[in-house]
Design a protein around this ligand. Structure first.
Ligand SMILES: Nc1ncnc2c1ncn2[C@@H]1O[C@H](COP(=O)(O)OP(=O)(O)OP(=O)(O)O)[C@@H](O)[C@H]1O
Ligand SMILES: [Mg+2]
Length: 289
């Protein structure tokens, strides 16, 4: 596959906060057009740090280095805030875990979506409202015309996340970075949002970097997956292969630590010891270059 199908490419990404030892070391990731790539790993393994780095959203205290960092076709290694502003929200968008924090509680959702459209400069005032409604239709919001005039608190959690996703895809980005977008939602709504992300990918051809600690979710949604442990990728490859036949002992332990309906339900779950260090075990990585 040629490089121009890459919508996200990070090679040897390292992130250190405020002079501390790196929180992320030598991570490489590739998302191609129309592909959903999962990043899994336990809390603190560096997943959000990677997501923020590829969106240019790390705090100034963070020192980032990478052999390559290409976002929606632009080399972002030496990008200034002004360069990021050209890319973020336009060619690359992000969805976070908690939809309420991404929305303005005092503003009707139609006006919030329209404001983003006008910032992108694509449409005038009247057209912006029509386009906002089309976007609510695109994210399968029930009764979208009426809901344009709702405030965020009048929506359910799942509906709020639909609004956040509508804003994220408003400018037809090449890549969507979703950091635990369904963790705050119940199981049924989670399934609907995952289905929506898959549908939007099918309809728009965007690539998706999907971060989750939930192996089940990643298995359902992603074509490829990277497993992070203590700031490094320990295993990556086709989702089916990694999840059905994990080669790295950490991935094996991670899979053994989750409840699976098929496994005799009374057998105790494996616990990953906190001090278990897999640093000596070679990573099992697919070719990224
Ligand atoms: N702003 C920050 N300043 C200093 N250290 C940070 C900052 N953000 C993250 N870290 C550190 O980087 C490491 C990785 O954190 P990160 O948030 O990337 O993990 P995560 O895999 O997303 O975890 P979770 O599943 O809990 O969201 C942690 O040790 C954390 O303390
Ligand atoms: Mg996180």
């Amino acid at each position: 596959m040629s490089a121009d199908t890459d919508v996200l490419l990070a090679e040897d990404l390292t992130i250190a906060y405020g002079g501390a030892p790196p929180s992320v070391s030598g991570v490489s990731l590739r998302v191609r057009r129309g592909e959903i790539v999962g990043v899994i790993g336990e809390s603190g393994s560096g997943k959000s740090s990677v997501a923020l780095a590829v969106m240019g959203l790390l705090p100034v205290s963070a020192v980032v280095s990478a052999e390559r960092l290409s976002v929606a076709g632009s080399d972002m290694r030496a990008a200034t805030e002004r360069d990021w502003a050209q890319v973020r929200g336009v060619r690359a968008s992000m969805v976070f875990q908690e939809p309420m924090s991404a929305l303005n509680p005092c503003m009707r959702i139609g006006a919030q979506i329209a404001e983003v459209l006008r910032i992108h400069g694509t449409v005038g005032r009247r057209r912006a409202r029509e386009r906002a409604m089309e976007l609510l239709e695109l994210v399968r919001m029930p009764d979208p015309r009426r809901r344009l005039d709702y405030y965020p608190h009048q929506l359910s959690g799942g509906q709020r996340q639909r609004v956040v996703i509508a804003i994220a895809v408003a400018a037809d980005p090449a890549v969507l970075v979703a950091d635990e977008p369904t963790t705050a939602l119940d199981m049924t709504v989670q399934a609907q949002i995952l289905d929506l992300i898959r549908t939007l990918r099918d309809e728009t051809g965007m690539g998706v970097l999907f971060i989750s600690h939930d192996l089940g979710v990643v298995g359902q949604l992603c074509e490829r997956v990277a497993v992070m442990y203590r700031g490094r990728t320990v295993e990556s490859g086709a989702a089916e292969r990694v999840l059905d036949d994990p080669h790295h002992p950490y991935t094996q332990a991670l899979l053994d630590s989750i409840p699976r309906p098929s496994v005799a339900s009374r057998s105790p779950l494996a616990v990953i010891p906190a001090d278990n260090d897999y640093a000596h075990v070679p990573a099992v990585l697919e070719e990224v270059r």
